[in-house]
Design a protein. Sequence first.
Length: 384
Amino acid sequence: MSDMAGRKRHSAEEIVRKLRRADELAATGMSGEEIAAELGISAATMYNWRRQYGGVDTDAAKELKELREQNARLKRLLADAELEKDALREIAPGKILSPAARRRAVDMLKQVMGMSERFACKVVGLHRSTYRRLPAAQTQADPDTGLRAWLRSYATKHQGHGFRRAWAALRFDEGSQVNKKKVHRLWREEGLQVREHSPRKRAGCSSASPVDADAPKVVWALDFQFDSTVDGRAVKIASMIDEHTRESLLHLVERSITAEKLVAELEKVFTVRGGPPKVLRMDNGPEMISHALQQFCSDRVGIVYIPPGTPWNNGFIESFNRRLRSECLNRNHWTSLLEARVVIGDFKLEHNRRHRHSALGYLTPAEYAARCSHTHHPVACDIN
């Protein structure tokens, strides 16, 4: 009885998190016994968890492992071919500017085309002594070795972040006084730039009265987005943020979200937050224009609908959804609805506590909300 009383009961959410941690440890080369010891459980428990929550049985797991190995080999072959194509483009006239780029061109010509070092340097226009001298970043005397390693680790964990957010984490979380320009230089030298997609700008005209989120609990923006589990079944995600503090307020992940379910969750948020906002901003989706939501918001909170087909008029929640898509949804495959709920919920919680927003003076949304003392001043705003 004493052994049974001492055993720890794990919730389903804790099991999902530990299985994901086990996958990360397995990727580093640890054995099953070492992983189980690291997680504080037995190997048998790990096996039972994977059978119950992993989404595949033993035979499917073996087949999946073989497919992953084949996929990895194909990816390596494709990466090698792409590197060769990039090098051939790079040695085109007018593109080789820095010594580092010239070194890479020489290496490519030597390895791919079998040229001698002397002839490759002559073609590229790089002196042989310059080619042989190692850059400071590749020597043991480099004073920024530790900082470079930290930036690489940060970029691996946060693949959608840029150098500004890395600098903010160094300054405010790590306590480092490093200059932003230096972080930018090292970020570029390590090749950690994130290609930013700039969509075509459009001019839209909203039919609603302008409402400025000049204080907390003035404008809350609401929207939906979709994903799917590995079996192809839909996952619907409802998100809502305060446009002033950028806090994520709603965590709702279901197979299907009806208007009645949305109203029930909004009621919970209003209760926790001490009342409704002045305005709910949303698009013209079927849940948004439903009779249930209209009745719920009547005489309590105003509704501002953006014109159909103009998502840029709801830019705050669209920006949050883009970050959720690129940093969470696109980086995970859900084996179950429970796993999606746990991971998406953790992401939204981390957004409130860890994401430093430049528009908030590099404070997190939670920190800014705790310090904010702004009050609402209605200007040309009709809120019923």
